[in-house]
Write a protein of this length. Sequence first.
Length: 302
Amino acid sequence: MTNQTDLPDLTEPAGLRIGVMYDRDWAPEGLPGFARRAEALGVDDLWVVEDLGWNGGVSAAAVALGATERLRVGIGIAPAPLRSPALLAMEVATLARVFPGRFVAGIGHGGREWMVQVGVTPRSPLALLEETITSVRALLRGERVELEGREVRLDGVQLVHPPVEVPPVVAGVVRARSLELSGRVADGTLIAEGHGPRDLENTRALNAKGGAGPEHTLTVFAFACVGDDPDEVARALHPHTEGHSAWLGRPQEEVFTLSGSATKVAEGIGALSAAGADTVALRLVGTEPLRQLEAVLKALGR
């Protein structure tokens, strides 16, 4: 676990959105009830996951949206190699029309090993992501898209029912060139679990290098475990930080988490906000995730 001593004692920063992830390991049939309870507790966002072999992101988002009344729902993320930009735009437009103002479409590279498994590895992951995000955003604006790109070909495609309120399209990326790309072509950037305040400062700089303006949003996923027993919290987090350590290429103790008492988790959320996060989405581990969520929200003053 990252040492979180010396974090500022902050109440919830104005304008910060608090979200929660419906973990990919949780059974799909539990999603409607979880979404309703999370909404009742006062969170702003619920994020669903699309990883190979787990749940479908679009269908999960539709389930969560249909089960709730005000909650904003995001997909984190739809892998560009696995999704035709035309079909993805059609799916996003449908959800955005039925649930205006309540949906965020996250698009990313997808896990390379998973893309290899299903035979959709692109020649240029960067080109594919840029062409996919650019095409999806244009289609959602109601434009007729003609594109003969390195990875994407669209011959006069146009949506019959584009959304009245165009939803944000954010890029779920990690590496430097992809973060620059996100700043250039997406409405926002989605940062995976394990990244702390220092990482966010670098992310903002790379987004800006790509051309991102002040309206470009930054959403941060964070492992979170609320508990007063440090050993128990560490045991719950260990398998998650271990896996992300290998993926991020950093020592396990440098994988950022929000952990400890509810007050300490709230302080960590404040530190992420101070470093540039517009939304912090908790990936809760350990027992009774909704109880943990409620404790954090109370600590934030909600």
